[in-house]
Write a protein that binds this ligand. Sequence first.
Ligand code: SER
Length: 325
Amino acid sequence: MSRKDVRKILVTGATGQIGSELTMELRKRYGSHNIVAAGHRRKPSEKLFRSGPFEYIDATDRESVEKTIRHYDIDTIYHLAAVLSATGEEKPQTAWNVNMNGLYNILEIAREHELMKVFWPSSIAVFGPEAPRNNTPQDAVLIPRTMYGVTKVAGELLCNYYFLRFGLDVRSVRYPGIISSETLPGGGTTDYAVEIFYEAIKKKRYTCFVREETMLPMMYMPDCIKAAIELMEADSSRITCHMSYNVTGMSFSAGELATEIRKYIPGFKCEYESDFRQKIADSWPMSLDDSAARMDWDWKPRYDLASLTKDMIEKLTKRFTEGNL
Ligand code: SER
């Protein structure tokens, strides 16, 4: 194998909801020692820590990132470290600093060290109320109302600029709400769609912070990981969008999710008390048109609401029974 065939990957935000599972999958695929997990504030789980190299890195501190890039001879970065939408509204200045300066440092380092590829997730939060909310097109107008959304739009533009100006191979998808059973999300607006499962299993009741009819696009973690890896492995000639691809798995309302969970937990009671996150949810798409991703790199999700709910309930019930939830 030539040097270029051996990937040495850095995953920032590896202790987060997506990072913790994506890192494990990358280690399975490309070899544990080739995947360097990096976290900042959150401690890694035992599983993550034991499975391969781990470094504490603050993406806003360029030197700490650069040191790791050199030390491990990194050629690819999955840059996941970010402040999400709800926390971003409580601390807009922190969200700007972490999301923008973090991404800027990663892109600059990738340019200077001539790295092969960068993956960076964008979000449905790039859209605002001016965009059509049903089947939101790839090229709909981007006027977000949250600081998180502002950083995602600016980030997409920056990635596109680095591709056009410097030829940097940076790839991105606009994720919808991500549902998963390993690591809880933190500070997002779509967190209710994960919390509801934990509370349904532990207490048979949940108070949801958005209204019953609130509908958002969602995706199950295996599809989230599949999207990132398939996009990164796609031949560069197939990538026609250098901002970020819409991708989605399904769309459902909070009420529909509760009804689906009730099929497994008949006594489950869900109440609705919306807070400031309702306004954020109401400014986002209800469903996404991801036909560009389907066409360019054969994107196709595997999970729908029924199969996601079945799998979540099985996994979390097992953890609950083992005293691990
Ligand atoms: N899940 C994210 C959030 O709710 C959206 O990208 O902030």
